[in-house]
Design a protein around this ligand. Structure first.
Ligand SMILES: *Cc1c(COP(=O)(O)O)cnc(C)c1O
Length: 418
């Protein structure tokens, strides 16, 4: 049963309630390896479901355009204070609705349409909002894209430097969605400083690892840091922007009134709760355990002959080229899902296949670590992954794996399920 219980919803709208219960059960029974997902605590769920959703509060604490902010102001100030303390940043804006709007705020703050922006190309591991062509950020700005080295699968800093010198971008983004290796923030900062660009570190994927001391921090290197709050940071869906003192005002103006109206106060409260959890010393153990699990899973996959982009991982994320097993990324992801192992198909750098059926599958260990799985479980998960991919056409074999997976996960409690 969903936890907190949902008796009012069940009474008022059994159709939606049934779907919520089905999703909770699905999350309980599966090995969830989608690298951007996690399980939030019951406390975060309760804050997200609170009456704070009823309140409008355009503006910032002490400077709102609506009355009745006696409670919302301290909620937002609590979230800001905790964000600053957790990351050691001068300033935090906790209002962006999600990671993509947070990145748009960086454009709004520091670029005019047509100005040059530099980011990692999507097929190399960057995000749509770092200037990829189909995104507004690629259509309305002059986007310059860097990639990874073919031999190593690791970001090509020589290319970053050469492009920055030639194109003089006003903003350089580092970070991405499918980068299995440590991001060298000081190296990016040196390049950005040389060309007079604002360095924006998008730490959406690794924010929890940074908070827990399992990945170096961009604070002191990047003037602006954007992040979602719902990936390794294990909060509600939302986002934050951290800045140094000099860039605070521009970012606040860009978020509101530049891009958004009223902040989602129930989300702000849940972000405060998640940041409180991340400030507890136990969160550092979690972050390190996520990385340990990813290393162990990568080693177990290598033992089974899988081809990993960059040869392994430094963080929570593994990018597997599955074509060596005789199958494309999409059928592999579909077979895995049927086998109770949830992942997403993903391009690999220099992918010869099309984006809707690329060569790769992306895996992450943030969610299964929250469930309590340890390095000892990773050889079993790698065995299931290989078995499912080799049996991609055999639905009975996939269902047998799903039963084994559900059997394992039944022993590991899920926040949100009683
Ligand atoms: C997830 C992600 C985003 C976008 O977040 P949404 O909340 O999905 O809009 C932006 N940048 C990076 C690097 C991400 O991984």
């Amino acid at each position: 049963m969903h936890e907190p219980a949902i008796p009012s919803l069940t009474g008022a709208d059994p159709e939606v309630a049934r779907l919520v219960q089905a999703e909770a059960r699905r999350q309980f029974e599966k090995v969830r390896l989608i690298a951007s997902e996690n399980y939030v605590s019951t406390a975060v769920l309760e804050a997200t479901g609170s009456v704070l959703t009823n309140k409008y509060s355009e503006g910032y604490a002490g400077r709102r355009y609506y009355e009745g902010q006696q409670v919302v102001d301290p909620v937002e100030e609590l979230a800001i204070g905790r964000a600053k303390a957790l990351f050691g940043a001068d300033h935090a804006n906790v209002q962006p609705y999600s990671g993509s709007p947070a990145n748009l705020a960086v454009y709004m703050a520091f670029l005019d349409p047509g100005d040059a922006v530099m980011g990692m190309a999507l097929p190399a591991g960057g995000h749509l909002t770092h200037g990829w062509g189909v995104s507004a950020t690629g259509k309305w700005f002059r986007s310059v894209q860097y990639g990874v080295r073919k031999e190593t699968g690791v970001v090509d800093l020589d290319q970053v430097r050469d492009l920055a010198r030639a194109e003089r971008p006003k903003v350089i983004f580092c970070g991405g969605t499918a980068i299995p290796r440590t991001i060298d923030f000081p190296a990016f900062a040196e390049i950005a400083n040389e060309v007079g660009a604002v360095l924006a570190a998008d730490i959406a994927h690794i924010a929890g690892l940074i908070a827990g001391g399992a990945h170096p921090s961009p604070v002191g290197h990047a003037q602006v840091i954007t992040t979602t709050t719902h990936k390794t940071l294990r909060g509600p869906r939302g986002a934050m922007i951290l800045t140094d003192a000099a860039h605070a005002k521009a970012i606040d103006k860009a978020v509101f009134p530049g891009l958004q109206g009223g902040p989602h106060n129930h989300t702000t409260a849940a972000i405060a709760v998640a940041l409180g959890e991340a400030l507890d010393p136990s969160f550092g153990l979690y972050a390190h355990a996520v990385v340990q699990n990813a290393r162990s899973l990568a080693a177990a996959l290598l033992d089974r002959g899988f081809d990993l982009v960059s040869g392994g991982t430094d963080n929570h994320l593994i990018l597997v080229d599955v074509t060596g097993k005789g199958v494309g990324g999409k059928p592999a992801a579909k077979a895995l899902d049927r086998a109770g192992i949830e992942a997403n198909y993903n391009t690999v750098p220099f992918d010869p296949r099309k984006p809707f059926d690329p060569s790769g599958v992306r895996l992450g260990t943030a969610a299964i670590t929250t469930r309590g799985l340890t390095p000892d479980h990773m050889p079993q998960i790698a065995e299931w992954i290989e078995r499912a991919i080799l049996a991609a056409q055999d639905e009975q074999a996939l269902d047998r794996i799903a039963a084994e997976v559900a059997d394992l996960m039944a022993g590991y409690p899920m926040p949100g399920w009683a």
